[in-house]
Design a protein around this ligand. Sequence first.
Ligand code: DGL
Length: 270
Amino acid sequence: MSLLLGLFDSGLGGLTVLKQLLARHPEQRFLYLGDTARVPYGQRSPAEIRAIASEVVAWLRAEGVDALLMACNTSNALAFDVALHQAGVPVYGLIDSVATQLRSKRVGVLATPATAASGAYGRAIRDHQEGALVVEVPCPEFVPLIEAGDLRDLRLYKAAQAYLQPLLEARVEAIVLGCTHYPLLRPLLRQLVPQEVLLVDPAVAAVARLQMLLDGQGQDPDDRPELEPLERGRFCVTGCAESFATSATPWLGQRPSVEQVSLQSLSRAF
Ligand code: DGL
């Protein structure tokens, strides 16, 4: 039986990770949870982010996932230990995965306010490259505007110019897209960043790390080759299923079928 891989994010962002996964492992079974009732995570306190991660991981575990890919940098930065302790299955993260692969000595990180304030990227990168310069910039406007669905919104362009300025002034060689929503902004960022500066999506490194686990899995006895990659998975959200399906369609290239689920304590005042 092939493994069921759980992925979670606050909303649409984790779909950029799912896309990287399916590009390499189109047959992978997955369960995607978008916690859209509580997006954005990035403006929340560390205590809230940890409590939410604990609840989401408990739900994924109850749904029977065999491994977990944290498709959200904010949860990685603030609650990786929570997931590790609670999941009871292997947990794969974005931050450490990309930190082991970066070769640049001057690195910029665009991230949510919570991720940037945690300093998790700086620590992880310097752990692997002593003396590296890491400039972490909080980007509070990106996620709400991306979730709103118009990637041509002029406010995104203006915000990107402002967020990139300190990185360009620091003459970084690579910019880590430190929130899973941001790979959607790659074309916009590319216009604003010199060609020689790398734009790095941590999902590539995380999926590469998963390779051994996924290569070792068994075949499904009832594997149906006619199934499309997206039909091998299940999409669940805590907010409106229809609006997630609509917003996710351009990201995935087809309309997914989406279920609304209730995590136990959504009634608590997060
Ligand atoms: N996409 C998530 C991340 O990678 C969360 C963004 C948010 O909800 O603020 O950090």
